[in-house]
Design a protein around this ligand. Structure first.
Ligand code: ADP
Ligand code: MG
Length: 596
């Protein structure tokens, strides 16, 4: 007798539910996606007790006929793909045909649906996967799915549900991330009869974004744009001064599908390279459009991951799109607030009072203008803006002057900070961070000179590494040599350092190399040779830079300021920390209550 049996349908649906439905938020995600696929323009999500007792999604979409509604509850029943090739060119959010039967198998479920042209709707009641009742019912056009007592018949799953607050925050995240890419759809989220979100439909996608991420971020968000080789990227990135402690502020969409894609997230972080310190995460909305046949969404049952046929190109495109916008923000369109003469009072009124503030230049203004054109802002407002660039153009030469070396150095504080006077404020410069930036840019601009300037070690240093570390270092040897760090493989896991870049002369090179290699081993994601080298430069800069607790001569301080002026990004150390902070006179006067 055969030992192998085909599973009963209810059981196979429950197994599928194990993959697709992890928690209440997964139900919300699947049902909202169905509503969107059904072309709804209004989706209401009602929740009770974090989704434990009730999840109800109502939409005004196409609805289903009586027969289709019954079919929809069968496993693998879908209206979205018909033939095998369709699977490789998916235009809809759903396609697997398993959400409804899966949800219905692990809850007390009901579906009420009506097509616009139909006189009457259909109601289907399902209990733990068994259809209990099918009837005609009066209903508005659209669909309403009610899910009560989720996981009532899979106690192990129900036990794993977290607190109401946690489950609710997952639900709110799903609604928010979906809403960002669907500005034309109204979303309403209700919990225990209280409306938490009510986002009106809009034609302006930026309006929806700021409704979701917070209106206070509106000014800090800057548009990104990239178009080449069939890849189009749009969205917004936040200035690096505003960060989060998790990656939840990074919203990535591929053909309007919200995805948690590590490759793209990594590309976004790389775009922010050196502007954020460890543990800081940016806020960004990245919308990627690629031809449907170049992205595989059938990678994971919950469709939260995708695979691209041109993964590397997409990664580079996202990185570039983000980096270009950020460069515009801090250089040259946005400069650190100048401490040269301020040209007009009209201008200073726009400067924020924050410690590290940024001043708008005319270029920034133009960026904003084109951004508003992109947003279709009304012409009256643009005309009023139009009036300002003239004033700003006069100021441009001031900002092109050297800046750090124009400061009057008051002295050194704690042997760690340079205290300087600017025309309109007090500047503190972190001497280690500033020197780190200078050395990093010097090392990164590797050249024949770097090799020439290398210091031969009188007694070559020997280093013993672990097996994996040796493999990593061996690959880096030719590139490190170009930087002036000459290492030879001695055999086995032993290496010999023969010369070091000039800034590292006299420093203990052993810990540096171990740190460098261990860091590259730990990254886990192969960052590519360029990135690996950049990281090495960062560490060399850190090891070679003057330290805090180091007294500097006047000449050394002046030299530092001059070199800082020639840096591309003088405002951040390579790890993303600020190199300087500023108190403007007004802030100080306010603090001393000289002015109110
Ligand atoms: P999939 O979305 O993968 O096709 P589902 O099990 O989620 O599978 O849904 C099955 C089918 O039921 C869908 O293909 C669609 O035709 C229909 N359907 C589900 N929800 C709705 C809805 N809200 N409005 C209209 N049709 C729906
Ligand atoms: Mg679906």
């Amino acid at each position: 007798m055969s030992k192998i049996k085909i599973l009963p349908e209810i059981l196979s649906n429950k197994i599928a539910a194990g993959e697709v439905i992890e928690r209440p938020a997964s139900v919300v995600k699947e049902l909202v996606e169905n509503s969107l696929d059904a072309e709804s323009t209004r989706i209401i999500v009602e929740i009770e007790k974090g989704g434990r007792s009730l999840i109800r999604i109502s939409d005004n979409g196409t609805g289903m006929s009586h027969d289709d509604a019954l079919l929809a509850l069968e496993r693998y029943a879908t209206s979205k793909i018909y033939r095998e090739p369709d699977l490789f060119s998916i235009h809809t959010l759903g396609f697997r045909g398993e959400a409804l039967p899966s949800i219905a198998s692990v809850s007390r479920f009901s579906l009420v649906t009506r097509e616009d042209a139909a006189d009457v709707g259909t109601e289907i009641i399902v209990d733990g996967g068994k259809i209990k009742k099918v009837s005609e019912i009066g209903a508005p056009p659209g669909t309403m799915v009610t899910v009560k007592q989720l996981f009532f018949n899979t106690p192990a799953r129900r036990k794993f549900l977290k607190s109401i607050g946690t489950e609710m925050s997952h639900i709110a995240d799903i609604v928010a991330s979906t809403a960002v890419a669907q500005p034309a759809v109204r979303f309403k989220l209700i919990h225990n009869s209280k409306t938490l979100k009510n986002w009106s439909p809009t034609t302006n996608s930026f309006d929806r974004v700021i409704e979701v991420v917070g209106k206070d971020l509106a000014k800090a968000l800057h548009p990104i744009e990239f178009n080449a080789n069939g890849i189009s990227i749009s969205g917004w990135v936040c200035a690096p001064q505003v960060t989060r402690t998790t990656s939840r502020g990074v919203y990535v969409y591929v053909n309007q599908r919200f995805v948690r894609d590590r490759v793209i997230q990594h590309a976004v972080f790389q775009g922010y390279s050196q502007r954020l310190v460890k543990g800081q995460f940016p806020i960004a909305v990245v919308l990627i459009s690629v031809p449907f046949d170049q992205v595989d969404v059938n990678v994971h049952p919950s469709k939260g991951e995708v695979r691209f046929t041109r993964q590397h190109q997409i990664h580079e495109a996202v990185k570039l799109a983000v980096a270009q916008t950020l460069e515009q923000i801090d250089h040259p369109q946005w400069r650190p607030r100048t401490w040269g003469p301020v040209a007009s009072s009209q201008d200073s009124s726009e400067v924020s009072d924050s410690v590290v503030s940024y001043q708008r230049t005319e270029d920034r203004f133009q960026t904003k203008l084109s951004y508003n054109q992109y947003q279709g802002t009304d012409t009256q407002q643009s005309a009023k803006r139009d009036a300002k660039p003239a004033i700003r153009r006069e100021q441009t030469p001031i900002w092109q002057k050297k800046r750090f070396s124009d400061l009057r150095v008051i002295g050194q504080f704690h042997d760690a900070y340079l205290v300087c006077e600017a025309h309109d404020g007090l500047i503190l410069i972190d001497q280690h961070a500033a020197h780190e930036r200078i050395l990093f840019e010097r090392l990164r601009g590797q050249s024949a000179q770097a090799k020439k300037a290398a210091q031969q070690l009188l007694v070559p240093e020997t280093i013993d590494l672990g097996f994996r570390e040796s493999g990593v270092l061996e690959k880096l040897i030719p590139d490190l040599k170009l930087l002036g760090l000459d290492i030879e493989h001695f055999g086995g896991n032993t290496f010999v350092v023969k010369s070091v870049p000039a800034p590292l002369a006299g420093r203990d090179v052993n810990p540096l190399i171990i740190e460098m290699v261990e860091n590259l081993v730990a990254v886990g994601y192969s960052p590519g040779p360029q990135k690996a080298l950049e990281q090495c430069c960062m560490m060399m800069a850190c090891h070679g830079a003057i330290r805090a607790n180091q007294r500097l001569s006047k000449e050394q301080i002046n030299g530092l300021l001059e070199q800082l002026d020639s840096c591309d990004n003088p405002s951040h150390c390579p790890h993303g920390r600020p190199t300087w902070i500023r108190w403007d006179v007004k802030t100080l006067e306010k603090s001393f209550k000289r002015i109110v």
